[in-house]
Write a protein that binds this ligand. Structure first.
Ligand code: NAD
Ligand code: NA
Length: 409
């Protein structure tokens, strides 16, 4: 069968397996083309490894110099009568293939990271395949739901403001339009649920579990990814439900940092990333105009990065550089003093970038957003996430689903 992109709103209903393979390969090629990490972790557990920042971390740590062995957890769909399967499914398969070809251990566990079953499976795999210890745990889950491990009740996050409603625009990728969108104010229950899903509780539980099972090496580190953004977006992000959940994540980092320091001489950090097009971020209503403007400005200034550029710079220059991550170097004076934030949003938040972004945002409307903002870049980044639009793939060729079904993650 020949696979074409099918987009509904901001959701891709199809993915191209060989396009995903090429997208993974392009990221591998990138990290091999820049200055390598000269140190790094040997064995890494990545929760949320199949796309976005988690996948980019995995690629950077394996192919960007550190030669890490990786265990990736993700929630993805394989081929079935319902369809070809999700992009992340193929990212897992083709990352592993590429890693194994170079002699690196790469294992995938596909399942619900919130479940006890997956935790047990991870523990067993660390014992069996990773010599019993992990040096780095990356927490990069992005999801809208989390089951309560005690009761089975499901928490659902919501993307809302806190306080006042916000009216703006969102990109409609299906029709290439900018459409009016509104964020309504969340109630207390919705704020609570969002914090349960995207805050730090599950990260803390993972670390407790790994410690209690004695699976963390001495001096092991853990990282969780976050977003803050410029003040102009505070009403829709930093001060909204997701931002409150992220503040909880940041508070959790302080607790985990103390715990790891005491128990294994380890460390926890929050990495504040740049706003980028990922499967998760396209969902945030009224946020896309900011990304359109940001991409336009940063590409013009020559300091635009995607997930892979962000993650290679993070590990090579901020975490595993010769200087290391001494806490004093990554403290952020605006935040609580014992919270070590690593700022990968440093270029995004440059005053000259934000000045231009604000100008473009003020001009942008439903008629001119394709010119004023980088809509072409936004759309092609979205398509590439699903394996479409890659120059090295012949999309007129049918793919053999039976052959693909035999590939296991
Ligand atoms: P993404 O959708 O590309 O990746 C999410 C990953 O989580 C996937 O691997 C998915 O399979 C996995 N996942 C989701 N639910 C799961 C479950 N129940 N069990 C196991 N795996 C599950 O998202 P992303 O944008 O890379 O987000 C990762 C982190 O980065 C999030 O914390 C996000 O807030 C943060 N971040 C994103 C941006 C951005 O602009 N995209 C910016 C800064 C920070
Ligand atoms: Na991720």
């Amino acid at each position: 069968m020949v696979i074409q992109p099918e987009i509904q709103g901001v959701v891709a209903r199809t993915a191209h397996p060989y396009g995903c393979q090429q997208a993974v390969q392009q990221q591998i090629d990138y990290v091999q083309s820049v200055a390598p990490m000269t140190q790094g972790p040997l064995r890494v557990l990545i929760l949320g490894a199949s796309s976005g920042f988690g996948l980019a971390s995995r690629i950077a740590l394996t192919f960007g110099g550190a030669q890490a062995e990786t265990l990736g957890v993700s929630y993805e769909r394989g081929p079935s009568d319902k369809g070809i399967g999700s992009a992340g499914w193929y990212n897992n398969i083709f990352f592993k293939q590429a890693a194994e070809q170079q002699g690196y251990i790469a294992k995938n566990i596909v399942g619900d990271a919130f479940s006890d079953e997956v935790r047990q499976h991870v523990a067993q795999t660390i014992r069996d395949e990773f010599g019993g210890h992990i040096d780095l745990v990356i927490y990069s889950l992005a999801t809208g739901i989390r089951p309560d491990p005690e009761t089975g009740e499901v928490w659902r996050s919501c993307l809302k403001t806190v306080g006042e409603n916000f009216s703006g625009y969102s990109v409609d990728l299906e029709n290439d339009e900018l459409v009016p969108a509104e964020l309504t104010a969340a109630n207390d229950e919705e704020i609570f649920a969002t914090t349960k899903v995207m805050g730090g509780e599950d990260w803390q539980q993972w670390i407790n579990f790994l410690l209690s099972e004695n699976l963390l090496a001495p001096k092991a580190k853990t990282l969780a990814y976050s977003y803050i953004g410029p003040e102009s977006t505070y009403p829709i992000y930093h001060h909204g439900t997701l931002g409150i959940a992220k503040q909880h994540l940041h508070q959790t980092a302080i607790a985990i940092n103390q715990q790891l320091a005491q128990m294994i001489n380890g460390q926890a950090n929050i990495v504040v990333c740049k706003a980028l097009v990922t499967k998760a971020s396209v969902f945030i209503p009224t946020f896309s105009p900011y990304i359109l403007a940001l991409f336009k400005v940063m590409k013009q200034m020559g300091n635009h990065e995607g997930c892979i550029e962000q993650m290679q710079r993070l590990f090579a220059q901020k975490i595993y550089s010769a200087a290391g991550t001494e806490k004093k170097q990554c403290n952020d004076s605006d935040e609580q003093s014992d919270l070590a934030l690593i700022r990968m949003d440093d270029w995004e938040l440059k005053p000259e970038v934000q000045l231009q972004v604000n100008k473009l945002m003020a001009e942008m409307n439903a008629d001119n957003f394709r010119q004023v903002g980088d809509y072409a870049g936004y759309k092609s980044a979205f398509l590439a996430l699903n394996g479409f639009g890659l120059s090295s793939v012949d999309y007129t060729q049918p793919v053999d689903i039976e052959e693909l079904s035999r590939l296991a993650p």
